[in-house]
Design a protein around this ligand. Structure first.
Ligand code: ZN
Length: 342
């Protein structure tokens, strides 16, 4: 990007109420068959329109074609049984009924490639596409086959690499892997988590990103955050490894989080997507709030490597709130651009 402070969202944006029940994770579709396909494409156009109106520079599909950022990808793989669901604890935090791995996992056909091609026809702006990271995928599943988190992660990494290569060929400019699990399982991140992610991006020429955060603004995550104390130093455990990794961008939660900003110094040299929008509250940031967070981050990120963004996905918010937050993000980045061009 030649533009200073290119804005983007982390990934998901709210869906229209005619497509899926609003403000709900894993919300079931309201349409079926051909109507569902057309409805998803219409929603994708609307979410792109919202981003354009807010002046967002790197656009996305707002995850309009998927029910959930992890499970929808897994649904397309063989070796996973969706009928026989098992209850597991996600990120050691909340219980969820999830599918079970019952055999060798494989990607028999592309998952999001057609959606990416469609978005490419709608815009000339850079496109960022999100995929779940290997560690977060295994953490959202019951494994009755490999019985090894690491082994299953390596299988997923090679499957993700197949999908990523096809997304790149479809015209995607940045592929982002969502790894909220990186904030929980530090030893595994350092032992094999970052390495598995590097396997997922192997051979890609487009830019690659990893999003690490403290989760969607749902109650279980907010309760967990409240238990973390005055300073959240989780990133410190994994940044040295990430700094040395082949990933180009790191996406972080910074707005209203208790992450000491100076930790970002540990990934100096990487491009950093700074979360300047809190997704766990309906209070709309002012552009000046956004600019303030970005100014603080500028002490630790070179200006040409700072990418203003949201803390996490905005799927659980109302469309009205999400739009207002997008506008604040665009306007906040403008304030900083004007300051630096004087
Ligand atoms: Zn997130």
């Amino acid at each position: 990007m030649t533009k200073l402070f290119p804005t983007s969202t982390v990934g998901s944006l709210p869906k229209p109420s005619w497509l899926a029940k609003p403000e709900t994770l894993w919300s079931p579709w309201k349409l079926q068959g051909e109507e569902l396909i057309e409805g998803k494409q219409d929603a994708l156009r609307l979410t792109l329109d919202d981003q354009n109106r807010a002046g967002i520079d790197i656009v996305s599909d707002g995850e309009q074609t998927r029910q959930h950022f992890v499970t929808t990808f897994i649904e397309h793989l063989s070796g996973v049984d969706f009928e026989n669901r098992q209850t597991v604890k996600i990120r050691n935090r909340y219980e969820a009924s999830v599918p079970s791995v019952v055999g060798a996992v494989a990607r028999e056909k592309p998952v999001f490639v057609e959606d990416a091609k469609f978005l490419r026809t709608l815009t000339k702006k850079p496109i960022k596409w999100t995929l779940p990271g290997p560690m977060t995928m295994i953490d959202t599943l019951h494994d009755g086959h490999y019985r090894s988190r690491e082994k299953l992660a390596w299988e997923f990494a090679s499957i993700l690499n197949q999908e990523a290569r096809e997304l790149e060929a479809a015209g995607v400019d940045i592929i982002q892997f969502d790894e909220p699990a990186f904030n929980v399982f530090f030893d595994e991140v350092n032992d094999w988590g970052v390495a598995a992610l590097e396997r997922a991006v192997e051979g890609l020429k487009c830019e690659t990103a990893v999003h690490i955060c403290f989760g969607y603004g749902i109650k279980a995550n907010i309760d967990w955050k409240n238990s973390l104390g005055a300073e959240w130093r989780q990133y410190e455990e994994i940044f040295p490894k990430l700094q040395k990794s082949t990933l180009d961008l790191v996406s972080l939660e910074c707005q209203n989080s208790r992450v000491p900003m100076d930790l970002i110094e540990l990934i100096r040299g990487k491009k950093v997507m700074i979360g300047a929008i809190d997704v766990a509250t309906n209070i709309i940031e002012t552009p000046e709030d956004v600019a303030n967070t970005l100014r603080k981050a500028l002490q630790f990120v070179d200006a040409d490597k700072l990418y203003p963004s949201t803390n996490c996905g905005m799927a659980p918010l109302s469309r009205q709130v999400a739009r207002a937050k997008l506008n604040a993000l665009g306007a906040g980045a403008d304030i900083l651009r004007n300051e630096l061009s004087i």
